[in-house]
Design a protein around this ligand. Structure first.
Ligand code: FES
Length: 253
């Protein structure tokens, strides 16, 4: 457990997150009842078992609190973050994409409802973690950033992009809380098998940017992954890496 985040702080975060979710949902539904009715359900892809680098199914104890992990889903070249925020994250957060309207977030998975996953492709200009470098990182420590209201803030447990400083809150479905990104990171739907203590990726919710991603980085993705078809789908299983070893350098700003 990370000592930097105390039990009291976790309780307060859980409670605050729950109340904020209820209030934000009520406000958004009141303002946009027809758009919510059109909200997309989860987009289903292959049901993929999350495995560690040795090929064993990933169990909850592998997911150390406040450490970021990377896996690829729903395509073999599209990276995602897997995070254990350390406290329960309720479902129902209503979010909005730039083009497709509103959707609801699944909340946390796992025994403590604290495990979340998001596309690790920045919604601004598609910065993503590579094997050599990552400008998009999970930041468990307190960092200063300029919020969406143009005021400087200090927060911990953010996904932060050092390309142009977009900030996302993983406890609220990766909604944008600062910087130029115009929509949340797409959420990856997780299924938790309680009996076996195993995790599956099932699909996505929110604004996918995969077509733009392939268009912009297809050539490089083919080289980096040593494959011809960068749009090949993940089938059956996907490997999870600690981000600290997946990317040689993580840029902090
Ligand atoms: S690419 Fe992430 S903020 Fe610009």
């Amino acid at each position: 457990m990370n000592d930097a985040i105390s039990r009291t702080e976790k309780y307060q975060k859980t409670r605050r997150a729950f109340v904020k979710t209820c209030l934000a949902t009520a406000t958004m539904v009141a303002a946009n009842p027809t758009r919510l009715a059109l909200a997309e359900p989860v987009r289903r892809y292959s049901r993929a078992l999350l495995k560690d680098e040795k090929g064993n199914p990933l169990s909850s104890k592998f997911m150390v609190e406040n450490e970021a992990f990377v896996f690829h889903y729903p395509y073999v070249t599209t990276p995602c973050f897997l995070l254990n925020l350390g406290y329960a994250l309720e479902p129902g957060q209503v979010l909005e994409t730039s083009a497709d309207g509103m959707y609801t977030w699944q909340g946390g998975a796992g025994p403590a409802k604290s495990i979340v996953a998001f596309s690790a492709i920045c919604a601004h200009k598609l910065s993503y973690p590579t094997r050599t470098l990552s400008f998009l990182n999970y930041r468990p420590e307190k960092i200063r950033f300029v919020g969406s209201d143009e005021l400087e803030e200090e927060r911990s447990q953010l996904i932060y992009c050092c390309s142009e400083r977009s900030a996302y809150d993983p406890a609220r479905g990766a909604e944008v809380i600062g910087g130029p990104a115009n929509q949340p990171l797409a959420a990856v739907e997780l299924e938790y098998d309680m009996e076996k203590d195993q995790y599956y990726a099932l699909g996505t919710r929110g604004g996918e940017l995969y077509d733009l991603f392939f268009e912009k980085f297809g050539f490089r993705l083919a080289l980096d992954h040593k494959i011809d078809d960068v749009k090949a789908r993940v089938e059956g299983q996907t490997t999870v890496y600690p981000h600290s070893t997946y990317s040689k350098h993580s840029v902090s700003c």
